[in-house]
Design a protein around this ligand. Sequence first.
Ligand code: SF4
Length: 651
Amino acid sequence: MRQAGLAAQAMLSFVRSFITDRISALGLLSGEVDCEVWRFQMRLSFQETRNDPKAVVYTRCTIDLPSRDVRLEDVPCRNLEEVLGGFGRSFQILGERTIVNAFTPENPLIVNTGILTGSSVMTGLRTYFSAYSPLKVSAKGLPGAMWSAGSDKFGCKLRWTGVDELILEGRASGPVMIVLRRGSEGPTVEFKPADHLLGLSCHDKIMRLQKDYPQDAHFAVIGPAGENYEACYFAAVGLSTENQLKSGDDKCRWAGRGGMGSVMGYKNVIAIVAQAPDQMGKLKPEIRDINRESATGPGSRKFREKDKGGLGGTWAHYEVFNPNNLLPQDNFRPKGDDKPWLMSRTVVEPQFFIKAESCYRCGINCHKNVYDKTAEGGRGRFRAKFDYEPVNLLSTNLGIHDPNQGADLISLVDRLGMDSISVGTTIAYVLDYNERHPEKPLFNGARFGDFERVKELIEGTGRGRYPEIGRGVKRLSERLGDTAYAMQCKGLELPAYLPDTNPGYPWAIAGGHMSMATHLLYPAERDQSVDYWAKAITQRGLFQVRDDMLGICKFTIMSPDMAAQALKHEVGLEITTQELLATVRHAYIRGLWMERKQGFERSEYTLPSEVFDRPNSKLGLGGPFVTREFFSALSEKVWSVFDQELVNFTL
Ligand code: SF4
């Protein structure tokens, strides 16, 4: 298995230079950032330069679910965060509310888009689901605000109905489906009973809906986990895809993190249908060039196929991480035994037919879809999409090293409609607990590698039979009084990057690797200094949330300049890169401000204590470095920056 070592080393150095190049391209090299310069300032000449936020008006559809009252209104933007959209807009609504329990009528579910969703910009496909999360929770027991993003065509269709933002208030009295259409006078809203969909998997719900809405429609649905929201706080929202509707294969995209599907389940909204003809604008030459760069340039290289000059997608992390024992294994505890390599693409590919596929109109083809191989070597039955996170967290990190079993578990989690990160990481804790406490095992007594029992735990969690798993690893570990190896920050389970190599996790505001881009820095740059990490968190990592406003996919890794050009040429919004960065920074600081508002205290911005107290000697690349002393010094430096901005923060 170590045969892959040399290739992996070559790839590691490639990744290192790739990330360094990217950071340079972003203009975010250490020391280049001046927070004073980036302070959000409204330009007086906005009106003349077509950049006055008030000149941008979006259509909000507010539905009071108990009464079915529908209010459609044109809302002028108050600031650039609202102009850009996504969580930049939804968090301003959430921030105005006092919510003490995620499952209350006062907690809205906000479904919105970014300014580039549904545009000609290639990956402008994002839909955002925002609410106070049942999963993210402060020590005071208050829910934290969250958003979760999903791709493919639902967001475009939503936009094309004429609705930019859907706010679901209250709770429907019975299972309901909301149908949004583009009418001659603007968007229309219809309510339909959804009892016939109950119990179906996300995929089966979508296939059923496609029969009823065969033309111009896309769908957002919850699965059994969302229906069992009281017992499952990490239910996802499944979004239909063009590929899924054409092939009939189970290929949803997901707004997975933070239990947005659970909130939708609480509201008794089983499905949202967005039906409208396509409205793609004429492709301008400038946007064509940006799209070409996104599809073939260095930003997306990691996610493209190797025969297209790429690194092979997120799954390729196996090739980079395994030689250095950086792959989560048996609950984030690499053993150095090379078993993780059995789930690498290198080993798996000969056994299956693998096809790189895409979201709607995307040329990056980051999906690595795994099919059975026919006797002739062709494409057989679709099995699962092998992204790094689900592969690792539903196989290697559970001690399972068989790709057939891994594919079955990924597919099962998708059918039930759960966040693979949260369910995988919580079950890894259960297995770890059972190894450590053989005299009093939890649930069915499953141990690492016990596929059948793990499968039963997943099925039971999605069906509501294991609420202690479904409510996440923070609550479970606290109830057991055994929190050291519960891999979570602020109630959100960690993604598949070792906390031992990412001290930036606690400052992620909406999930560990999607709202703080520090998870890949250690393999790339190997810096163990406090100053480096303080800058990584306060000057680089947080800017990852930009794309959760714009509506584009993070995998394009678009430079600020490219993003500003896209805004200028696609929607006529002229904004400098500095203004764009200042807007993103302000939106991130708002996220921290909202955490404070919900009671999160400084002591909660920490890592699982096992990282400090039981350093793993197997870790490569210089070994463990995140000691208590290191983290304490880092925390001081990070808060010295953010505290100042929080004091000066203006809504
Ligand atoms: S890069 Fe991947 S996830 Fe992003 S839009 Fe393209 S295919 Fe979808």
